[in-house]
Design a binder for this molecule. Structure first.
Ligand SMILES: Cc1cc2nc3c(=O)[nH]c(=O)nc-3n(C[C@H](O)[C@H](O)[C@H](O)COP(=O)(O)OP(=O)(O)OC[C@H]3O[C@@H](n4cnc5c(N)ncnc54)[C@H](O)[C@@H]3O)c2cc1C
Length: 364
């Protein structure tokens, strides 16, 4: 067995053990909706959070391709990984790339141990897809910055210890200039979190209001005013992972287990979906390999997210036809996935915005 195959089996064994003990039920969209600090800490103990980071920052110095093996297996098993997903996938790597050594030491070991839970403060009511239009401001003050503004759709803000925050620190002619990235303690005075329940009846979204929140100078990620380039790179981490392909895998797995009940026409359609999944998995490997060379694969990640969203929509359409489900409860894997699906093409960059990014790259 190769090291990677062995790693894959170790993750499978852990997930199967927890399921057998009734400690979690596999569910679609688990990376966003299934939050269990105990499970994240179990992964941390095995070195599977922050696994590409240096050892002195709590990492295991493995490759992004190794990390892909772990993330794929967790998603296939519908495991409760939401507590560490954003810190591990996105904010940790961003701090590693752009943060000062002090900020790295302050935040990264806590993410890789499962003690720090990060949320993502990008979206705003008036900005949304037009991320450069954020209005939340951070103004310089003694020893740091004073933040005022409002973020929305902030998944798990009510459970987070820290928030990533994109804020405007200068008014400039070009809206892409003058943006700065911060890490904010969620227990800071002036931070208010209000729940938003989604149409699946689950509470992961929140609105977060910042009123005169003091953020120490050392909490800037990278260079003040240069946040746009950094956030664009960071979005490659957000868009380029297997969660853009495997959010519905527990539904697909159920169909693959029930092939005896499918007629020949449905089997052909299922085979096409499996072949498409193979192509998308190969694209995930390409993205991970690019990350290993230190490149931010902006274009590949946008392509993967766009095609992955289409694939997941088709998996659900197929499941609706093949399983002839009638009325489904929201806690049925297919019912839960159908209710979550409208968000797939919006979160992390809507399909229209991804197509726009890709078209601009093709233009001379
Ligand atoms: C499940 C889920 C989880 C999320 N979690 C987080 C989170 O943790 N943190 C966070 O910061 N955000 C989060 N978001 C927010 C998400 O990333 C935003 O919803 C997204 O950026 C879109 O913004 P909006 O909702 O304001 O829609 P809008 O920007 O108003 O877009 C509405 C529609 O108009 C289209 N549109 C907008 N502009 C253009 C254009 N120029 N050209 C073509 N079409 C356009 C869009 O594609 C979309 O179809 C989450 C969203 C979802 C669905």
């Amino acid at each position: 067995m190769t090291d990677r195959t062995e790693l894959r089996h170790r993750v499978r064994d852990l997930c199967r053990g927890w399921q057998d003990e009734g400690r979690y039920r596999p569910r679609p969209d688990a990376w966003l909706r299934s939050f269990d600090l105990d499970f994240s800490r179990e992964l941390a103990r095995r070195g599977w959070i922050g696994m590409t980071w240096p050892r002195h920052l709590g990492g295991a110095e493995q490759s992004n391709v190794d990390r892909l093996v772990v993330t794929e297996e967790l998603l296939r098993a519908g495991a409760p990984v939401a507590a560490h997903w954003i810190g591990d996938r996105q904010i940790g790597p961003s701090i590693l790339r752009h943060g000062t050594p002090e900020l790295q030491r302050e935040i990264l070991p806590g993410i890789s141990s499962g003690d720090h839970v990060l949320c993502l403060g990008m979206s705003e009511p008036e900005a949304g897809s037009d991320l450069a239009a954020v209005r939340t401001t951070a103004e310089r003050t003694d020893g740091g910055w004073r933040v005022n503004g409002r973020k929305i759709w902030t998944s798990h803000a009510h459970r987070a210890t820290h928030s990533y925050l994109l804020a405007r620190t200068e008014r400039t002619e070009r809206k892409h200039d003058g943006l700065t990235e911060f890490v904010v303690d969620m227990d800071s005075r002036g931070v208010t979190v209000t729940p938003i329940v989604d149409m699946a009846g689950s509470h992961h979204f929140n609105e977060v209001v910042f009123e005169d929140v003091f953020v120490p100078a050392g909490r800037v990620i990278g260079v003040a005013g240069q946040g746009w380039r950094q956030v664009t790179e960071q979005l490659a981490h957000e868009r380029g992972g297997p969660e853009r392909v495997l959010s519905t895998y527990p539904v697909l797995a159920g169909l693959l287990d029930a092939t005896a009940e499918l007629d020949a026409g449905l089997l052909v359609e299922l085979g096409e979906l499996v072949a498409r999944l193979g192509v998308l998995r190969a694209m995930c490997v390409r993205v991970a390999e690019a990350l290993d060379t230190g490149v931010a694969p902006v274009r590949e990640a946008a392509t993967l997210k766009y095609l992955g969203t289409e694939f997941e929509r088709d998996v659900l359409e197929f499941a609706r036809t093949a399983a002839n489900p009638g009325v489904l409860a929201p806690d049925d894997p297919l019912g839960g996935a159908i209710l979550a699906a409208p968000g797939f093409s919006i979160r992390g960059g809507s399909s229209e915005v991804l197509l726009s990014i890709l078209a601009k790259q093709e233009a001379p």
